[in-house]
Design a protein around this ligand. Structure first.
Ligand code: DLZ
Length: 175
């Protein structure tokens, strides 16, 4: 094999998101890029999978470092109420600067999100771009003028519906 299709191939299963409850927690750091990613995720879930707009709760925090804590707290809050979130998408954009800040935050956030997901039993989609420069961030949010641009929020929306629907099945003992 000399080449292969990069990225994820679509699932062969059809997912119905009409009864899913989704939480999106996003940052206000690098907001123009984040906003495009949030839009990509929400539009994909509502238009491709029939997720109801009123079943998508969108909450914001300051920066990516706050994402794991906010996700944990909001999942707990939803469990206190009658309707649990079936899936969460954490969305942020980290851009490398001239100090070590980027490395520390990226590591903490990725570990934190995984921990919250495993501890809570709620799937969390890792929607945090870790970019070396502004151009990478724009390109991955479908912005800017590069031909290869692609909004990763679309993939995160698809992944969220798949994980939410599958986990509902798995939680009822169905494989
Ligand atoms: C401090 C900081 C820096 C330097 N860069 C980013 C970034 O590129 N993206 C992002 O989401 N947040 C950044 N932050 C803020 C931290 O995530 C956090 O909000 C603060 O350190 C307060 O805890």
């Amino acid at each position: 094999m000399t080449s292969f299709t990069k990225g994820v191939i679509p699932s062969t299963e059809k997912f119905d998101g009409s009864s899913l409850r989704v939480l999106i927690v996003h940052t206000r750091w690098n907001y123009e890029v984040v906003e495009a990613l949030v839009r990509g995720a929400t539009e994909t879930m509502t238009s491709e999978y029939n997720v109801k707009a009123e079943n998508i709760s969108i909450q914001s925090v300051s920066g990516s470092y706050e994402l794991p804590f906010a996700a944990q707290s909001l999942i707990k809050a939803s469990k206190m109420g009658t309707q649990w979130f079936n899936v969460v998408i954490c969305i942020g954009v980290l851009i490398k600067g001239s100090t070590m800040h980027f490395e520390y935050i990226a590591e903490a956030v990725s570990q934190g999100i995984m921990r919250v997901s495993l501890d809570s039993g709620v799937p969390i989609v890792f929607g945090v771009l870790t970019c070396l420069n502004d151009e990478q961030a724009l390109e991955r949010a479908g912005l800017g003028d590069k031909e290869s641009k692609h909004n990763h929020g679309i993939d995160w929306g698809r992944c969220a519906v798949e994980m939410g629907v599958k986990n509902c099945k798995w939680m009822s003992g169905i494989i």
